[in-house]
Design a protein around this ligand. Structure first.
Ligand code: FES
Length: 138
């Protein structure tokens, strides 16, 4: 049994490009969410990964937006994603992220859409050490 915490992927289902006039169910964010769930199931990744749709991740100017997080790991926020284009890369990143103890993956290892479109990498609560240090008084 794995001691790694389960990867949680949040997908903004309301993301849409400027000027989009289609139905809510056809929003690119919603389509990406459905594609990711179906592809993860097909690959058998749904055991290690939990996916949930979110109404908005407050990154509306960078549609579509997805986050990767897990207990004790850095969180990645990735934007400018497209259904039909980025699903394989996102699932590949999910596996990479799941295998990384602290969630930190090297830039070279990351699939292209994650390399190019990471908006933020946020330390976990209480993180000290890797990439995080105290602020010294002057
Ligand atoms: S609508 Fe997707 S981040 Fe706001």
């Amino acid at each position: 049994m794995s001691t790694q915490s389960k990867t949680q992927i949040y997908i903004c289902k309301t993301c849409k490009p400027e000027g989009f006039t289609g139905e809510d169910g056809d929003r690119p964010g919603n389509l990406l969410a459905k594609e990711l769930v179906a592809a993860a199931r097909a690959k058998g990744l749904n055991v290690d990964v939990e996916m949930k749709a979110v109404d908005c991740l407050s990154v509306c100017t960078r549609p579509c937006t997805v986050t990767f997080s897990a207990e004790g790991k850095f969180t990645y926020i990735v934007g400018d994603l497209e259904p039909g284009r980025d699903v394989d890369d996102l699932l590949a990143f999910s596996e990479l992220y799941g295998a990384a103890t602290d969630g930190i993956t090297t830039w070279r290892e990351r699939p292209e859409c994650v390399r190019k479109h990471t908006i933020a990498r946020v330390p976990p609560i209480g993180c000290a050490g890797v990439l995080v240090s105290e602020i010294e008084d002057s």
